[in-house]
Design a protein around this ligand. Structure first.
Ligand code: IMP
Ligand code: MG
Length: 172
């Protein structure tokens, strides 16, 4: 079994998620907000964010894939489309697990914007700022992290470790 170094305990993640949910509630009040969750990595974060959001929150899903192992290819493919009528003329919060090069978030923003929502903001649990290639930054982010490959709380390494309740780094 590999050794995992914990970066963020579950309590810290939940606390930070609640803070973001409050900021979002301050921004939207009781207007309808559609949280668009990017599968699979963002699923735990999106659910916790929605649970902590006191307003009129809805949830929709899409799935894209970009990563093979530990390296981003920049080639994004859509695996599960978003239902366009669910976001048309709505306030949308795109929920991501992590922004690395930025290719994925850029792709998702373009994809959602083409569906003519009322507004779009982006929200990522983690932000690996130092690795950015494309000029996109999440409007809301949980934690900025160093250039480390992280796993847990939805994030995987070749589909493994998503079920860990914390975020960590596999020690080689
Ligand atoms: P980007 O397109 O390079 O920004 O990569 C974004 C996607 O790559 C994320 O949504 C994740 O699914 C995956 N990813 C990037 N960094 C990590 C990591 O450290 N651990 C697990 N998945 C990652
Ligand atoms: Mg992702």
């Amino acid at each position: 079994m590999e050794k995992i170094r914990v970066l963020f305990e579950e309590e810290e993640i939940v606390k930070r998620t609640k803070e973001i949910a409050e900021e979002l509630y301050k921004a939207y009040g009781d207007e309808e907000v559609v949280f668009v969750c990017t599968l699979k990595g963002a699923v735990f974060f999106a659910c916790d964010l929605l649970k902590a959001f006191k307003g009129d929150g809805r949830i929709e899903f899409l799935r894209v894939s970009s990563y093979e192992g530990e390296s981003s290819t920049g080639k994004i493919s859509l695996k599960l489309p978003l239902d366009a009528e669910k976001v048309y003329d709505k306030h949308v919060v795109i929920v991501e697990d992590i922004v690395d090069t930025g290719y994925t978030l850029e792709y998702i923003c373009d994809y959602v914007n083409n569906m003519h929502p009322k507004s779009v903001v982006t929200c990522s649990l983690l932000d690996k700022k130092a690795r950015r290639v494309v000029d996109v930054n999440p409007d809301y982010s949980g934690f900025v992290i160093d250039d480390l490959f992280v796993i847990g709380y939805g994030l995987d390494f070749d589909q493994k470790y998503r079920n860990l309740p914390y975020i960590g780094v596999v020690e080689k």
